[in-house]
Each structure stands twice: as C-alpha cells, then as structure tokens.
Design a protein around this ligand. Structure first.
Ligand SMILES: [Zn+2]
Length: 469
C-alpha cells in the first residue's frame, strides 16, 4: 500500500457536523439520562433501554443492519453496519460501550449524575457522558453527516457497542469469535481512551495490565480485650499492616523481589514519543487531587508518565478491619485487604500473580494465618504506531483538532483490547478517546469537554476519508 497524501472530509460533511452540533449534544444528554449501570444490583432494564436508544440513533443516522443483540448472561450489544462502499474498500470496525459505572456518592455530585448539565466551563457533567456515550455519539455525528451530505461513506463500517465493558467484558471475546464473519475488518477503532490533555488529540499505543489478590489475615479466633490480652497476643490489623508495609520500600516503589525482571525496555520510538510530551506538574497534581506537601511515589529515575504507563505500580485498593464507629478497644481477630498491581505492558500477569501470592504467604508476621485469593489477572497490551492506519489516524486527528496528535500510553487496563485484535487476526487497533485529565471518569462529577467532543466528531469524519485513501 502506497502512503497517501491527506484526504480530508469534504467541507459539507464538516459543516453538517457543526450545524447539528447542539442537536448532537442534546442526543448525548438524552442518552446519558438513562442510568445504564451494568454492575450487579442495578436495574438491567436501564441497560436494555440505552441499547434501544443507541439502536435508534444508528437507524436515524442511516446505518443498516441495526440490531440489539442479546447473549445469554450479558447485557445487550448494539450492532450496525454500512457496507455499500463495496468489497474492495477497507472496512473499519468501530467499538464503544453504552453501559456506565455506578454513580458513586450522590452528595458529591454538584448536579445529579443522571441529569446531564452543561456548565459555564464548556463541559457537560453527568455519569457516562465521556465514558463512553460521547464515544458513541461522535461517530454517529460523523457517519450521519457523511450519509446526509454525500449519500455514502468512503469506506465500509461496522459498529459494535457493548453493554458490559464496565464489568469486565466477560462475553466479548466469545461473542466476537461466534460472530467472526460479521465483524471481519481491516482496522479497529476503539473510542474509549484518554487524551493527554484537553485539546491534545492522542493515540494510545499501550495499556497496562492488572493483577489483584485478596488477603485475609486471622490472628485469633475471636476479638478480645486489648488491655487484658494486649502485649503477647497478636492482632490481625497490626499484623496485616506489617505484612502490607513490606510490599513497598520507603519511596513507595514495589519491593517484591523479581517483579521488575520482565518489564520490557522501551523501544526507541516509545522513548522518543515519551520525551516529546509536555508535562505540567502543577496541572497534573491538581487533576490528581494531590494535597499540598504530598510527593510523587516510586522510582524518580523514571518520569511521571513513564511510571504510569510503562512501569508496574502497587496499591492497596481495599482495607477492612474494624470501623472507628464500632471500635471497642479490642484486639481485632480478622482483617482483609485487596492488593492491586498494575503491570507494565508486556509483563506476564500469571507470573506477577504468583510472585505476589508467594511474597504475601511467606513469613507471616508472628505466625498468623494468611489466606490468599487471586482475583484478577489481565495482561497489558501494546502496539507499534506504524502503518497506513496509524498514518490515517494522525492525519485525521490533526485535521479535526487543528494540531498534531501525540502518542501516549494508558495506565489503565482495557482487558478486551488484546483478545479483540487477535480474534480479528491482529488487525491494527486505533485507540482514540475523549477522557482528559479533569474528566473524572468513574468518579463523581464526570464530565466531557464539549469543544473536544466537536473536534473528535470532525476527526471521525476525516478518519473515514483518510482510511479510504
Ligand atoms: Zn469506558
């Protein structure tokens, strides 16, 4: 394939997106009003409703084969396609998800989670607005503008919108395998990742993996008076604290022997891309909510972005002993914690699980009982950013945002990306998204920058043209 010159989308397509932009925001608001929380304990009928709403948007945009697909035990998928570009034209498979995280603590939302609200700061606030309902609507806006003004698309398009991404995409790989021929494509476009900063279009080329282990520690068979027995008798919370403290050194770096042995060296291209990124420490600290006086954790030989994207990190993500409200000067019998390790892309998740379990099991403080249960083990993912699909994406992002894109890693994990691209024969995967540092996806006051939403819609329109050149 010869490299091709830029082929921007026609003016009428871009004008149409701009003209309808306010209506598109209203569609996003309507979709985000549906509390499509996929987690257990929330009403599955709402996920069903959001699937129907997405299907309605696809039909209205002029897509074909629109279907709400149900798989035993999973929330519904929505699929659609437009294949009239013919067998010689390339096919893009566009992925997004319509389920959302639970809303969290209502009292921490400035406006209610499921009443999406535009604010003066140019952002739309509400659960799911950026993760990932904007990821659906930006493509709807682009596809509709093409079909409305040109009557056709420059390439074939297939869409899959999942309903259980936020609970682990358990059925996705099987679903793709079962319907393999339906989803055959030349390039995958995933719209569910981050931008380095507001206004900076970013191509994500790696994801970290994740491993977690639950620790239950028992010191005595019932709680006892800390005055009558304290001294010689061990307690579970102190012993658990001792055990957990061994996991990291004084800088906060992981202290498990051998854990870094399979962390891959960065390629020259990754190193160059990393070195080219701007880093605003004050903004980073603000977006992370770091309080005054708190310092960065980990090995300071590595930059902050390198530590987040390309190095393992460890956090205690749950800790249970005795709530203060019910404390009664007792030695605690049992305490629990969840230890989470984010893996560098390329690290072996099963190996890290084994090292973590062995480390926690060896030499329990004061000989107390330690029980361990591996919870999650998902490897990371990475790709090179070479080839015509990536070149097309860079041109499309530059045209839509009016500035060059950057290449970034992602510290989070999207478990299905690896299986997704391998089930489809290792096709290139373009990870594009709208989550900027202030967006607070998964947290309270989740928000979307509306100017970036518009630029991403324009980029999507350009991408269709660029992939077809
Ligand atoms: Zn998401």
């Amino acid at each position: 394939m010869l490299p091709c010159a830029a082929v921007p989308a026609p003016r009428e397509v871009l004008d149409s997106i701009d003209r309808r932009f306010d209506a598109t925001i209203e569609e996003l608001i309507d979709l985000a009003r549906i509390p499509s929380v996929s987690a257990a304990g929330f009403d599955p009928a709402q996920v069903e409703r959001s699937a129907e709403r997405v299907a309605g948007l696809f039909s209205a945009a002029g897509l074909h084969g629109v279907e709400v697909l149900r798989v035993e035990g999973a929330h519904p998928y929505v699929i659609a396609e437009w294949l009239d570009a013919g067998p010689d034209a390339p096919t893009a498979l566009i992925y997004a998800h319509h389920d959302v995280q639970p809303p969290g603590r209502p009292e921490h939302w400035q406006t209610p989670a499921f009443e999406p609200t535009r604010r003066e700061d140019g952002r739309l606030y509400g659960r799911g607005v950026v993760d990932d309902k904007a990821g659906i609507l930006l493509h709807v806006a682009a596809l509709r503008a093409w079909l409305d003004t040109q009557g056709s698309l420059p390439i074939n398009v297939k869409l899959i919108v999942e309903g259980e991404e936020e609970i682990g995409s358990d059925h996705l790989a099987g679903f793709l395998r079962d319907h393999r021929e339906r989803f055959d494509a030349d390039v995958l476009v995933l719209s569910d990742t981050a931008n380095l900063d507001t206004g900076i279009p970013s191509l994500t080329t790696s994801l970290r993996g994740i491993v977690s282990v639950d620790v239950t520690l028992r010191a005595i068979d019932h709680p006892i008076h800390s005055g009558m027995w304290g001294g010689p008798v061990p307690d579970a919370t102190t012993a658990l604290s001792t055990l957990l403290a061994r996991l990291v050194d004084d800088s906060g770096e992981i202290a498990i022997p051998g854990l870094f042995d399979d962390v891959p060296e960065l390629s020259a291209a990754q190193r160059a891309a990393l070195d080219a990124l701007p880093f605003d420490e004050a903004a980073f600290r603000r977006d992370a909510g770091m309080l005054r006086g708190s310092r960065f954790v980990g090995d300071s030989r590595y930059s902050v972005y390198e530590r987040i994207w390309y190095r393992p990190s460890l956090a205690i993500t749950a800790l249970e002993g005795m709530p203060l409200a019910t404390a009664a000067s007792q030695l605690i019998a049992e305490a629990k914690a969840r230890v989470g390790v984010r893996l560098a892309p390329g690290q072996d998740a099963d190996r890290v699980t084994r090292l973590l379990v062995e480390f926690l099991a060896s030499d329990p403080p004061h000989g107390v009982m330690v029980e361990l249960e591996a919870d999650t083990a998902v490897p990371g993912w990475s790709t090179t950013s070479e080839g015509p699909a990536f070149d097309a994406a860079r041109r499309a992002l530059a045209a839509g945002f009016g500035r060059d894109s950057v290449e970034i890693g992602c510290g989070g994990s999207i478990p299905f990306v690896g299986p997704f691209s391998s089930v489809l024969g290792g096709i290139p995967a373009l990870l594009l998204g709208l989550e900027d540092p202030p967006c607070n996806a998964h947290g309270e006051n989740e928000s979307l920058d509306l100017d970036d939403f518009r630029k991403a819609s324009l980029s999507s329109a350009h991408l269709l043209a660029e992939l077809g050149c």
